[in-house]
Write a protein that binds this ligand. Structure first.
Ligand code: CMX
Length: 435
């Protein structure tokens, strides 16, 4: 059976032809008008990017290479004795469109374990960060610094041909993913205590090793949670802030470490990945204000007070989705199986029964339903990972899978420098003066 890189090398030439043929047949066709509102409105709905790895449907949610989350959960290889998909398999699927065998997934776990160590100067950078520096800033610093050993940057300096770009990009993508557990684990232990980092176990899968570095490997259900968590947080089509930022920065031929470092800085924003931290903070504040086991009326009033204070309800709404996020549903099912009687889970459910109606009544949000971030914190908290400021780091580890896969394909297909057109308001007024 081929390795991931061998399989990619087989697939790339046909895909280059496929893109060529698609452009020859449809390249001059229009998607329809662009509205001025889209220029001012964050480009919502503007067709602008190509990415085959995953596509987001407003009603149905994400599909990875055509597969929904339940289909992914059924199809991808599991760890021995486990029932959640291994993110190794998801990465293989994102890159090739194919479901790997158990052996191919095991080989990927081994390969990542072999690449997992980080340079000592990166360890020192992390050790010198004050514990008050947000874990996402530390994460981004460390990932950016990995560019020191980038295979792509080196190959580029040596004059590698365009046709070969994808190969050192693939090596960097693999290194990037492989090194994230050591970075995340080091940040976690530096900031929250917990002693010396254990070594990576080359016989174990990626999520087990990440759990072990965080100090939670003695909880098999937490390891299973991480497998599910990484899988469902990996990719959300091409236009979200972290995915798009990685692609944009990569389009300048910045190497995958520089590109993904930029993705992380976008993920660290409260309207994007930081929302998972914000949800838990918001729930805890609510509990301290109205008490645990509060009535529906008290919760409803608290939601209104959030809106009236000019704040968003974190974990609700979405730029594309118009229904409950299937990533929320997958985590809810995990909770129903593993922590049905947890009091914070009960609060999350109570909030779910109340917030959409309030948002509908308030009348602004186009989507009143919960997104992925409304549910992740309660699961992590249940297993004792209750340091909310760390949550987005786990989102970041996961998002590397999607961004890395995208960077490999962008270099394989020769994606050009991104450079859309911007306009001044004066120019807009002039263009449409008499129209
Ligand atoms: N609470 C309060 N108001 C909300 C809201 C929410 N959860 N969601 C949207 N709105 C408001 C918007 O702020 C906007 O208000 P203004 O007109 O005053 O600017 C209005 O409703 C219309 O916004 P929209 O078109 O429905 O939503 P956008 O596409 O502009 O933004 C998002 C999407 C996710 C940023 C927004 O729903 C939000 O801020 N949600 C809370 C933060 C959050 O959970 N983010 C995580 C998203 C998932 C992820 O990336 O991880």
């Amino acid at each position: 059976a081929p390795t991931l890189k061998e399989r990619l090398a087989e697939l790339i030439p046909a895909e280059i032809e496929n893109v060529k043929a698609t452009r020859a047949a449809h390249g001059k066709k229009s998607f329809g008008p662009v509205l001025v509102d889209q220029l001012y409105g964050g480009m919502r709905g503007l067709p602008a990017l190509i990415w085959d790895g995953s596509v987001l449907d407003a009603e149905e949610g994400i599909r990875f290479r055509g597969k929904s989350i339940p289909e992914i959960q059924a199809a991808l290889p599991k760890a021995p004795g486990g029932s959640e998909p291994l993110p190794e398999g998801l990465f293989w699927l994102l890159l090739t469109g194919e479901v790997p065998t158990q052996e191919q997934v095991a080989a990927l776990s081994k390969d990542w374990a072999a690449r997992a160590s980080i340079p000592s100067f990166v360890e020192e950078i992390l050790d010198r960060c004050p514990p008050t520096l947000h874990p996402m800033s530390q994460f981004s610093l460390a990932v950016t610094a990995l560019n020191h050993d980038s295979a792509f940057a080196k190959a580029y300096q040596q004059g590698v041909s365009k046709k070969e770009y994808w190969q050192p990009t693939f090596e960097d993508a693999m290194d990037l993913i492989a090194k994230l557990p050591n970075i995340a684990g080091r940040i976690y232990r530096n900031v929250y205590g917990g002693g010396k980092l254990p070594a990576i176990d080359a016989e174990k899968d990626y999520s087990y090793n990440l759990a072990n570095l965080l100090g939670f490997a003695d909880k098999p259900d937490f390891v299973e949670l991480l497998r599910l968590y990484i899988t469902i947080h990996s990719d959300h089509e091409g236009g979200n802030v972290s995915a798009h930022t990685g692609k944009l920065v990569g389009s300048a031929l910045s190497d995958p470490f520089l590109a993904f470092g930029a993705s992380l800085n976008g993920l660290a924003g409260p309207l994007h990945g930081l929302a998972n931290q914000e949800v838990l903070i918001w729930l805890r504040k609510m509990q301290s204000k109205i008490g645990e086991n509060a009535s529906d009326d008290a919760v409803r009033e608290y939601v209104w007070s959030t809106l009236k204070g000019g704040q968003v309800v974190p974990g609700y709404g979405h730029a594309v989705l118009r229904k409950t996020d299937p990533r929320y549903t997958a985590q809810r099912e995990f909770a129903l199986k593993h922590l049905p009687n947890d009091s914070l889970f009960k609060l999350v459910n109570q909030v779910y029964n109340i917030v959409p109606n309030v948002l509908l009544e308030a009348g602004k949000a186009k989507n009143p339903w919960p997104n992925v971030d409304a549910h992740s914190g309660v699961l992590l908290t249940y297993y004792g990972l209750d340091q909310m400021n760390f949550y987005t780091v786990l989102f970041g580890v996961s998002r590397a899978f999607g961004v890395a896969a995208q960077l490999v394909w962008d270099r394989a297909l020769g994606a050009p420098l991104e450079r859309p057109k911007s306009y001044s308001t004066e120019a807009i007024k002039k263009i449409f003066e008499n129209k």
